[in-house]
Ligand binder design. Structure first.
Ligand code: GLV
Length: 310
C-alpha cells in the first residue's frame, strides 16, 4: 500500500513529530485537532489520530490509524469506506488493564476500605481474607487485552473464565463459553470484567437481564461505557446483584457531574485511565504498520477487521 501524505493529530501530535525524521520518504503534517479542517482530508491519504475530528471525511484517505486500542470512535455508527485500511495501536494495554483490575480486586479481598474505616475509629477488629486462589473471575472478551488480563490473574491462581463470540478454548482461560451462555458462569462469579470493544453486538450488552444473572459479583468495566446500561447497573448495585462496580469508561465522558454514579458508595470511578497510550507504544505501532506497508505485505500488522469492529 503506497501512502504518501500523512496527517497526524490528537493529544500527542507534537511528540509524534519525530516520525517525519524517521520516515523521510513520506510527507507529514502534524496538527492539533482544532486546526484540522475538511481540506486536510483532500490532501492526506493517511490519517493518524485517536478519533475522527469534527471535520473528518474520507476525502483522499486510504489508511486510518487509531492511536488507541479501541476503534469505535471511527467505526461505531459510521459507514466505513471499504477500501480504507484501518489499523490500531496494540501496545501494553493488556498489562496495564490487568494491573488496574488486580489492584481493585486485591484491595477488595484485603478489605482495604473496611480497615481504613476501622483505623479512623481506632477499632481493632480482625477478620479473614479470601485468597486469590479461591476467586472465580469472568472476563468478557478473550482478545489481546482479555487474554493478557486472564494470564495475569491465572498467575496468581485465580480461576478465570472467558466469554467470547465463538466460545472456543483459548490459552490462559480455564474455560470459555460463548456470549449466549454467559449466564451459566455469572452466578458463580466473584468478579466480572468487561474488556469488550464497542460494536453493534456489544452495545448495551450489560443490561438488566445480564446483571440479574450475577449474585453479588464485583463488576469492572475497562471496555467501553456504551456496553453498559448505566441505569440497569445502578439498580443491580442497589439490589446487591453487583456488590461493587469499578468503572473506567462511561456512556458519556467526562462523566457528567449530575450522574448518580459519582456519589454511590459501592461505585468507584476512574477517568478512563486504565490503559492510556504512551508515546513510545504509539510510535512503535505506527512504525510497524509503515514498515509492513513498505515491505508490500498483504497482511499489515495491527489491522482491524472492519466488519467485526475490532
Ligand atoms: C482507550 O480506551 C483506547 O482505546 O486505547
Amino acid at each position: 500500500m503506497d501512502i504518501q501524505k500523512i496527517l497526524v493529530t490528537g493529544r500527542m501530535f507534537k511528540e509524534l513529530e519525530k516520525l517525519a525524521l524517521l520516515d523521510t520518504k513520506r510527507e507529514y503534517l502534524f496538527l492539533p485537532e482544532t486546526e484540522v479542517s475538511s481540506n486536510h482530508f483532500d490532501w492526506a491519504d493517511g490519517y493518524v489520530a485517536f478519533k475522527p475530528t469534527e471535520s473528518f471525511h474520507f476525502g483522499k484517505l486510504r489508511w486510518v490509524h487509531a492511536l488507541g486500542a479501541g476503534v469505535d470512535a471511527f467505526l461505531h455508527n459510521r459507514a466505513w469506506k471499504e477500501d480504507v485500511l484501518l489499523t490500531r495501536t496494540v501496545g501494553s494495554f493488556g498489562a496495564k488493564i490487568g494491573q488496574y483490575c488486580l489492584s481493585y480486586i486485591l484491595a477488595d479481598v484485603q478489605h482495604h476500605q473496611k480497615f481504613q474505616q476501622y483505623q479512623t475509629e481506632r477499632l481493632w477488629q480482625p477478620s479473614q481474607q479470601l485468597l486469590l486462589q479461591q476467586l472465580r473471575i469472568v472476563i468478557f472478551g478473550t482478545g489481546t487485552i482479555g487474554m493478557e488480563v486472564a494470564k495475569m490473574l491465572q498467575t496468581f491462581g485465580v480461576t478465570v473464565y472467558g466469554i467470547s463470540r465463538s466460545g472456543a478454548p483459548i490459552a490462559h482461560f480455564d474455560r470459555v463459553v460463548s456470549l449466549k451462555d454467559a449466564n451459566l458462569l455469572l452466578a458463580e462469579a466473584d468478579w466480572v470484567i468487561n474488556t469488550l470493544p464497542l460494536t453493534p453486538m456489544t452495545d448495551k450488552l450489560f443490561d438488566k437481564h445480564l446483571f440479574s444473572c450475577m449474585q453479588g459479583a464485583g463488576f469492572i468495566n475497562v471496555g467501553r461505557g456504551a456496553s453498559v446500561d448505566e441505569t440497569a447497573l445502578l439498580e443491580a448495585v442497589d439490589l446487591g446483584q453487583v456488590r461493587r462496580a469499578v468503572l473506567d469508561v462511561f456512556q458519556e465522558e467526562p462523566l457528567p457531574a449530575a450522574s448518580p454514579l459519582w456519589s454511590h458508595p459501592n461505585v468507584t470511578i476512574t477517568p478512563h485511565i486504565s490503559a492510556v497510550t504512551g508515546v513510545d507504544e504509539a510510535m512503535d505501532g505506527l512504525l510497524a504498520v509503515l514498515e509492513d506497508m513498505d515491505n508490500g505485505l498483504e497482511r499489515i500488522r495491527h489491522s482491524v477487521d472492519v466488519s467485526r469492529g475490532y
